[in-house]
Design a protein around this ligand. Structure first.
Ligand code: PLP
Length: 483
């Protein structure tokens, strides 16, 4: 499998999965994609139907990571997708399913179901890919005798998934910046209670934007970055995207009886990483009818899929919402889909994303390309705080299930795209415990708390406080890496 950049640099060069595992953007600023999508045959699809999650993950990933010896890859997927890691199930769910499917009921003739992607250690779907990344990084670094220091900024969600994936892993350390005293008690406890020496929490005396600015400043110091082996694990990382392809297959098998059926998925979306994996599953031949992109008030993607206009938002137009993990100003994985939409023409992708940099967006409404959006199965919708509260209440009253705010956005939009006889699977991307305030507002009660989280806020916490200065952070990293 060869990987290419969406902007075309390095055509003719070879990049294997392992080559791009530890990198983010391609050198030309584009994103990596396979030179061709691997296809799944009818025989394979029939055989995969009964596999365990770990075995299915092996089969899917083997098509993308053919440079990793099969025995090693099988061992990595077995070690990652275990019932004792994805153990935070609700009554009626089986941890061994890893991503259990819960049928809600039939609405407008369409069976409606939730696919739980949030039973991992941090109760959000980022664990699905990040846990694999932790094991892949450890494996790849050991093979090459390298070390890696992951630097990141978080306002709560991604940072904790990265820390729980990398804790105790040989060769990897995590330096995670978070705004001092600005996260919820739960989020703070989740991250700061980790005691592994390779997880370093840095509380910055500032806001989240200060944390992000510091990460950018450090990353722009190429000499420092190289000397201290600094890397990132953001959502454009290809291994994260590809790991997410697996649960579209798993969800399909759980919702159907035979491979002649088609299903639709609704995906609560921010950076387009999750639904990009759905697009790839569809391109591989999984019988997906529609991919429904659900946004919150930050509706960059909904606007594009309705109108053909992609318009990046400024800071003043980027809203803090009650589904905060979808609060984005631009969708960093979107370029991967645009590449396919434009018939994989890197020159046009380069031109369009230059327009994004120069003019803040582009308009495909008049071009023939936009009409092809429907051929790729995409439709969309958006949701707001009132919709979210209503969906949480409705699902609780009608089906006795408590859902989180992001899943509520998904459910609201899914209901706008039901088709009789086509099962609709809504991806459940987080558990309600993380968003207690909105659950109390919607239901007048506390969110459910999985047993493993009892007493989390009372555990001892470990973190360092630093001023919002890039030089202070650099000195701190240098002292800790001993270089
Ligand atoms: C990150 C996240 C999303 C958005 O996923 P993208 O891949 O960025 O589209 C949705 N819901 C939750 C709970 C998340 O953590």
């Amino acid at each position: 499998m060869n990987y290419i950049s969406t902007r075309g640099a390095g055509i003719g060069e070879r990049h294997t999965f392992s080559d791009i595992l530890l990198t983010g953007l391609a050198q030309d600023g584009g994103l990596y994609l396979p030179a061709q999508y691997p296809q799944v045959s009818d025989d394979e699809l029939a055989r995969w139907r009964t596999l365990s999650y770990a075995e299915l993950a092996f089969e899917v990933l083997a098509k993308f990571c053919d440079d990793i010896p099969a025995d090693d890859l099988r061992e990595l997927t077995r070690r990652t997708y275990r019932a004792d890691v994805y153990c935070n199930v609700r009554p009626g769910e089986q941890a061994a399913d890893i991503t259990p499917l819960t049928q809600l009921g039939v609405e407008n003739g369409a069976p409606l179901a939730l696919l739980a992607l949030s039973n991992g250690p941090t109760l959000a779907f980022k664990d699905m890919a990040m846990q694999l990344l932790g094991n892949l990084f450890e494996y790849a670094l050991a093979r090459h005798g390298q070390t890696l220091n992951i630097l990141g900024a978080t306002s709560g969600d991604t940072g904790s998934a990265a820390e729980y994936a990398m804790r105790g892993k040989a060769g990897v350390s995590v330096f995670m910046l978070s705004p001092h005293r600005k996260m919820s008690a739960f989020q703070t406890a989740q991250m700061y209670s980790l005691q592994e020496p390779n997880i370093v929490n840095i509380a910055i005396e500032g806001v989240f934007d200060d944390c992000q600015d510091i990460v950018k400043a450090v990353s722009n110091d190429h000499a420092f970055k190289a000397k201290h082996h600094i890397g990132t694990v953001n959502s454009i990382n290809w291994a994260r995207v590809v790991a997410q392809v697996v649960y579209y297959f798993k969800g399909y098998f759980a919702a159907t009886r035979s491979n002649d059926e088609r299903v639709s998925f609704t995906v609560p979306s921010g950076n387009f990483g999750n639904v990009c994996a759905g697009h790839i599953a569809r391109m591989m031949g999984l019988p997906i009818e529609k991919l429904v992109v659900a946004t919150n008030e930050n509706d960059v993607l909904d606007e594009f899929f309705r109108t053909g206009v992609y318009r990046v938002r400024g800071a003043a137009q980027t809203y803090h919402t009650s589904s905060p993990s979808m609060d984005i100003s631009k969708a960093s994985n979107f370029e991967r889909f645009v590449f396919d939409l434009l018939g994989r023409d890197p020159a046009r992708v380069l031109q369009l994303f230059r327009e994004v940099e120069q003019k803040g967006g582009f308009d495909l409404a008049a071009s023939g390309d936009f009409a092809r959006v429907r051929q790729f199965g995409f439709v969309s919708g958006s949701s707001n705080h009132t919709d979210r509260l209503a969906a949480i209440r409705d699902v609780f009253e009608r089906y006795g299930l408590m859902i989180d705010t992001h899943t509520a956005d998904g459910l609201k939009v899914a209901r706008e795209h039901l088709e009789p006889g086509v099962p609709m699977i809504v991806l459940e991307t987080a558990q309600p415990l993380k968003f207690g305030e909105t659950i109390r507002e919607a239901l007048g009660r506390e969110p459910e708390r999985p047993a493993a989280f009892a007493g989390l806020e009372a555990l001892p916490q470990r973190f360092d406080v630093l001023p919002a200065e890039a030089t202070c952070v650099k000195d701190f990293i240098a002292a800790h890496t001993g270089l």
